[in-house]
Ligand binder design. Sequence first.
Ligand code: 76R
Length: 277
Amino acid sequence: MPDPVLPDPVIADPVIASEGWSVLHLFFKVDHAAAAELPPGAGKDLAGVLTALAEDVQLHCFTAVGHKADLMVMALDRDLTAVRRVQTAIAVSQAAPALVLDWSYLSLTETSEYTATPEQYREEMAAKGVEGDDLERRVAEFAERMATYNEHKLHPAMPAWELACFYPMSHRREGDDNWYSLDFEERKRLMHEHGRSGRAYTGRVLQLVSGSTGLDDWEWAVTLFAHDLADVKDIVYTMRYDEASARYAEFGPFVIGMRRTPDELVAEIGLVPAGDA
Ligand code: 76R
């Protein structure tokens, strides 16, 4: 049986980065004149394609709000060809004549260069007078905690929270406000301050910050998941006061999405004509 999602029986070699998963955000607009001409069942076909894709890659589908997009799809996979398949499968679905791929963003998950290593932690604890078995136990616990943290950073299983906020950002390189000419210790201090203010949102905002230097037009993709739209506004506002953001960050466009099942999604964005439900 040919795979219904793949238009082409030729399977290309996987493209797997030595570290990190590929993250592709796709932003589609609906051409409503073309949508009116779609054959019956075209919206349903797209919903079926999205459902089938979700078996293959980690897929998050949102109805986007406002003129920037109607449909926001985020796909994560260790294989770049798998996230590319998402793009093709939507482009050849029966609803494709009414969908315009208007923007996209490619990034790669990463760990932070600013988190302490177990050796650094050992030195820090030793300097505080911790020694012997107590020191060994604390270092072992720290190493385990960091391994889990980094595993989640590199291979995130993002939960199905209701709201998404996507925006790209870069560090500023302007006159005295050049992040890349700061020394490592200063950048680390700024990132720790940033982390402290972010952790106030634990349980309310989940962040995926994936690196895109050399991959797309900005340096990071920021994807926030939340339950409450007010928390999105609050965290972004609050972080503007962190020195790392106030002095050293530039932001691209923001897109807000509401998580939907494929069936809800195609109806909400106008791809299922009345009587075709
Ligand atoms: O000390 C620490 O624990 C810091 C952990 C941490 C790092 C290294 C962290 C925590 N972030 C890190 C790195 Mn973040 N983050 C953003 C944005 O809108 C804005 O002002 C900026 C967009 C948000 C909302 C956010 C949220 N973070 C980064 C980097 C890479 C910098 C580099 O490598 O140079 C960027 C671009 C960035 C941007 N961050 C957190 C959060 C939240 C909520 C946390 C705490 C929760 C957690 O650790 O998961």
